[in-house]
Write a protein that binds this ligand. Sequence first.
Ligand code: FES
Ligand code: FES
Length: 175
Amino acid sequence: MPEALVTLSLRVNGDDVRVAVRPSQTLLEVLRVGLELTGTKQGCDKGDCGACTVLLDGEPVLACLTLAVTCEGRVVQTVESLTREDPLVDAFDCHGAGQCGFCTPGMLMTAKGLLAKHGRPSRETIKQAISGNLCRCTGYGPIVEAIAAAGEGRRGKKDEEPLPAPLPSWEAPKP
Ligand code: FES
Ligand code: FES
């Protein structure tokens, strides 16, 4: 017998939304299919990869392991809420912290939750925070540095590199 639908009300990226869900549906399915917010990625779908991380009432959660019905009245923030101007997004860009980009939405939302709690987290704290987010591309170093830079209010590598020396003025060769 098909499951009866339940109407779910929640706040997603600042908008109040109402969506009909099956009691067995995960938050990930509702975000990606019901609300067409496909920035949140579906990797393993069993809690191993962290690609589906979103903020629920400000805390990073795995959307693939969160039943949508448990989110009634709660506040969800997905990667779509981050603009290009967000210091964390900018730092990821400056540090080359994304390659294929599949892990990036989950990394960003985990980092967002971390920075909201610890303004300037240590490298060790950052590593612990992202330990549930798998990346097959970057080797993690640029990701850790990007999060540290955002926490310290630095843009990223481009900020730290000295400006190139001015070009010598050009003079026409003497005849
Ligand atoms: S898709 Fe949720 S942890 Fe992998
Ligand atoms: S950038 Fe490819 S999985 Fe992380």
